[in-house]
Every structure is written in C-alpha cells, then in structure tokens.
Design a binder for this molecule. Structure first.
Ligand code: AHM
Ligand code: MG
Length: 350
C-alpha cells in the first residue's frame, strides 16, 4: 500500500528524499534526474540559508559593488546565492544549462561534466532589498525540459511558456526555512530541520482559499497605475461602504516569496501591476524565474495567476529576462481583478 502523506502521522517524519522517491513511484512523473535536480537545488538552498543566517557575523550583508543585467545594484548575498546554485548544479549530470536573474546569458554546463535533459532557471535571492534589515527573503526556481537534440542550449531554448514547466519551487528564509515544491501534482511544503540538516514534509497538498479579504501591493506606486487597477484598488479601499461590501486588509513585505507564502498559507491576492514607471519594460517582475514558477505553484494550489489580461502560464516568452504584470493568489479575487482590466479593454483603450 502507498503511504498517505496527508495523514497527520506523516507530518515532520517524511524527508524530501523519501517524498520524492514515493512521488517517482506513485506518479512516474519524476524520474531519477529530476529527483536529483530537486535535491541538489534543495541542498544549495540549505547553504544559502546558512549564509543568510550568519548575517553580519558572516560578513555577507551589504552591497557587492556590482550591477546585474537588469541594471540593479547587487547585494553580496545576491552574488553568493547565485554562485552556490551554479556550483551545486554544475556537475550532477542532470542539467543542460542554467539561467539566473543575476546573469545576462544562460550558463552552459561546463564540457568536463556530463549534460542532462533539464534547464534550470532561478532568482537566487528574491527580495534582496530586505536582506540588510533582517526580513524574509527567498530563492525561486523553475525547471523546463531542454529541447530534443539540443546539447548546447542558448537563450531561445529557454523561451518556453510556463505551462511547460516540469517543476517549480521556492525557498523562504524566514523564522524557519521552508521549501515549497510542485512537480504538477499539488503543492507540498517542507521545513528545514536545522539540527538534522534535512527538509521534512510539514504541509501536504497545500490549497489557497478561493476567497480573501487581503491584498498585497506597493501602494506608493498608486499614482502610476493604469485606470482599471486604480478602480479595482479604490473599490477594495472603499470597504463595507463600497461596491465590494466588505473591508479589505493590506500586507506588503516587498519580498515576493514572503508575500506569496502568506497567500499560500491563508489566501490573498498579490499584485505587481503595470505602471508608468515600469511600462516600457513590460512590468517589474520577471516572467521566467519569478512569475512563471509562482504561477505554477499557485495554480497547483487551486489559485489563479494572470497578467490582468491573460493567464501568466500561457505567455510565450520572447526574452530570458522579460517582465510581466502579475496578479496571483485566491482564485475568485484574481478573477475579479482581471475583470476590471478586461471590462476596460472592451469599453476603451487603457
Ligand atoms: P528582486 O528579485 O531584485 O529582489 O526584485 C523583486 C522584488 C519582489 O520580491 C517584490 O515583490 C518586489 O521586488 C518589491 O518591489 P518594491 O520595491 O516596488 O516594493
Ligand atoms: Mg526576485
């Protein structure tokens, strides 16, 4: 008989390794290479967690003095986390190439190592503006198949829509370190047992409530938003007296991983919309290693994810570092927010 990971007896007793082996047997969706890949990413996240935990004592806080391809100043921990992930993933034989928020071009697996069939994309340290103030940050990753017959992948081989992801996850480095994972069969949450050094399943088949009274957005950008977004948030703020007929609460950590994890835990809607400041770039958040993996997780947990105009997972990428507007979380609330945009499209150009 297959073990039932949902049972309370399993909570905290099933390691990530055991879980992945059982998934391989149960669904056959995870093969040995994908299992290795996920374990290697999890191991790298443990190292990042340790580096973050040392804080000022480890000399890891502050600026690196360099910039990334997006023109953003890099923190020391952005650079350290990127190197940890690259180094951990180079030699296992499960990957054809990696791509990262911190690197302009894909990183090919060095020729001295065997190559595998997967492509790994990551944001090594999401929310890094929070690192120096001791607020939760995270790692986000997405796994795609390398196109058939391609041995030296280039940017175009990565440009696959989010529906093609075979796995996605994030790690939150908060009061505890959590790994949230999907391989397309629901969402599971693992907590790092720091004494043992292993991730243990602590929440199986996580689901997001369909309705919510909580939203997450950087309100300081309000004056730059498009008209439908202005109307949507104005109606939330009007509370009981307004068209929504109830009060809404707001939370904004400014680390996407932490905001999304709150939504995975108790529901909510996370929004980084199009605004005048980011319009020329298409949005603020990156499609391939922020929006896509988070959207895959959220949909697998019963939520929804849209650009306001279309499902994020259906967007055909044209560039590795492409940006998109993001609305994700509780299904009914995301649908409501999207309706403000589609209704506006039907009446007038916004
Ligand atoms: P980063 O990957 O460089 O850390 O940037 C992405 C972050 C998200 O985690 C977060 O939702 C957003 O940027 C915060 O933006 P803002 O500074 O406008 O609040
Ligand atoms: Mg990020």
């Amino acid at each position: 008989m297959q073990p039932d990971f949902r049972g309370p007896d399993f909570r905290g007793h099933v390691s990530l390794t055991q879980y992945l082996i059982e998934e391989q047997r149960r669904h056959g969706a995870i093969n040995a290479d994908l299992r290795l890949l996920i374990e290697v990413v999890a191991r790298a996240c443990k190292r990042i967690s340790i580096a973050i935990g040392k804080g000022a004592l480890g000399g890891v806080l502050g600026e690196a003095g360099t910039g990334n391809v997006q023109g953003e100043a890099q923190k020391k921990l952005d650079v350290i986390s990127n190197e940890i992930l690259l180094e951990a993933n180079a030699w296992g034989g499960h990957l054809a190439a990696c791509a990262s928020e911190e690197m302009a071009d894909p990183y090919p697996i060095p020729d001295v190592y065997p190559k595998g069939n997967y492509l790994l994309l990551f944001d090594p340290l999401d929310g890094s503006s929070n690192i120096d103030v001791n607020i939760s940050v995270g790692t986000i990753f997405s796994v795609l198949r390398c196109p058939e017959g391609v041995t030296h992948p280039t940017e175009k081989d990565f440009l696959q829509p989010g529906t093609r992801q075979v796995a996605a996850g994030y790690c939150v480095y908060g009061p505890s370190t959590l790994l949230v994972l999907t391989t397309g069969h629901g969402v599971n949450v693992f907590t790092l047992d720091r004494e043992v050094g292993s991730f243990r399943l602590t929440r199986a088949n996580a689901t997001i409530p369909e309705d919510t009274s909580e939203f997450a957005v950087n309100m300081s950008n309000q004056r730059y938003w498009e008209a439908p977004m202005q109307r949507y948030v104005a109606d939330l703020l009007a509370g009981k007296a307004g068209p929504r007929g109830r009060d809404f609460n707001m939370r904004w950590v400014a680390s996407m991983v932490a905001d999304v994890h709150r939504i995975l835990t108790r529901g909510g809607i996370f929004i980084y919309p199009l605004d005048e400041k980011v319009k020329s770039n298409g949005g603020k958040l990156r499609l391939m290693y922020e929006a896509n993996p988070m959207s895959f997780i959220v949909e697998q947990a019963g939520g929804a994810a849209t650009t306001g105009r279309s499902r994020i997972l259906d967007v055909q990428p044209t560039q590795l570092h492409q940006r998109v507007p993001v609305f994700l979380g509780s299904k009914h609330e995301v649908e409501t927010a999207a309706k403000y945009h589609t209704d506006a499209n039907q009446t007038t150009q916004v």
